[in-house]
Ligand binder design. Structure first.
Ligand code: KG4
Ligand code: ZN
Length: 339
């Protein structure tokens, strides 16, 4: 890709419709519509409703992002779009738009893998010189919870995955059980913080911290146990008091956030110790926006062995966004030129 070429990136794998415009590696504009209000009733993403909303939002967003970047459609040189994985109806919307634009404008379409996008969010606002390979990357979101050993720019392999749910899914389910809005992560974090800030008499539930499994270099997460433990605690309190009050919410949110963050951090260090060549740590995906998770990782005594924990430069780069898709697309092109 030449340094004056323009790329449009599209992402709609779940409930965010996101479009970005790049000139080479320079992000010119990013617009994201998050279907926050629309999913409050179910407090969950229903794939078909999400797809309908993407279809409603994509063209107004396209106009806005072009305006922000001061560009015309005809100036585009490349289109990049998330092709997989996640909600098929959602993915189909941007895929179809990307295919039509690419064929009408006669420009290449680059299909991008969503999780690789999260990995390459590392390079949003950073130069390659700032990256210390090999690094261990944890992607932790609603749809995925994985760890990658990222040896050099074009070489990464998945070394841990989840057997059932992800941490983000657990945040959202616990939030729903507590009667809090969707998506749950930021609300759980807010209630946990309220607990920390209010000294008093609390009765904290104690959720078990399971062992993270590692066999032959491959790690396995599991989160369903935690959702069940929270449900049991809520059922006990409901049976005793007939409802949940703000104190219950603070206590449960705090205890839950502590266990999830310790579990994730412990898993990251278990994998980093196994892959002894790792020099640096990278945390990405929606749950990487969680301040407590960042704090737990860097306050572990094992942290001293690594150069740094890198997190997305802006919180909007943690969540699903088209800028990470554009960045992945740029490096996909570059790697093909090098081969
Ligand atoms: O990466 P993302 O936008 O979507 C997927 O690719 O799945 O992540 C969304 C997830 C949601 O589950 C949301 O609750 C969680 O990220 N999340 C958080 C925080 N902000 C978003 N979880 C914990 N703490 C946060 N501050
Ligand atoms: Zn994601």
């Amino acid at each position: 890709m030449k340094d004056n070429q323009i790329l449009l990136a599209l992402e709609s794998s779940c409930d965010d419709t996101s479009l970005a415009i790049f000139q080479w590696t320079q992000l010119l504009a990013l617009r994201t519509h998050t279907q926050l209000l629309e999913h409050q009733e179910t407090r969950w993403v229903v794939p078909e409703s999400a797809a309908r909303l993407h279809a409603d939002n994509i063209f107004p967003l396209l106009e806005k992002v072009l305006q922000d970047a001061n560009m015309q459609l005809t100036q585009l040189d490349y289109i990049a779009c998330t092709f997989e994985p996640w909600l098929v109806p959602s993915l189909l919307v941007t895929k179809s738009v990307a295919k039509v634009l690419s064929s009408r404008l006669g420009i290449p379409l680059l299909p991008i893998h969503h999780i690789e996008g999260h990995l390459f969010a590392l390079l949003l606002g950073r130069s390659l010189k700032e990256i210390d390979f090999p690094l261990l990357a944890m992607t932790v979101s609603w749809g995925h919870n994985e760890i990658y050993l990222w040896r050099s720019l074009y070489h990464f392999e998945r070394v841990a995955f989840t057997r059932d749910d992800s941490a983000g899914e657990a945040f959202d389910k616990v939030s729903k059980m507590l009667g809090l809005p969707f998506p749950g992560g930021p609300h759980i974090a807010r209630y946990a913080q309220a607990y920390r800030e209010r000294p008093g008499t609390w009765s904290l539930p104690s959720f078990p911290l399971p062992k993270f499994h590692l066999h032959d270099g491959i790690g396995e997460f599991s989160f369903s146990w935690l959702k069940s433990a929270v449900k049991r605690e809520i059922d006990l309190r409901l049976a005793k008091n007939g409802g949940l009050n703000e104190t219950d919410r603070c206590e449960i949110a705090y205890a839950f956030e502590e266990i999830v963050t310790q579990y994730l951090s412990g898993a990251l260090y278990t994998m980093a110790e196994y892959y002894w060549e790792v020099e640096s740590l990278w945390l990405c995906g929606g749950v990487s926006a969680n301040d407590r998770l960042r704090e737990v990782i860097v306050s572990d005594k094992r942290y001293a062995k690594y150069k740094r924990l890198t997190v997305p430069l802006e919180k909007r780069f943690s969540l699903d966004n088209a800028a990470m898709i554009g960045m992945r697309a740029y490096y996909t092109q570059e790697s093909q030129l090098e081969e």
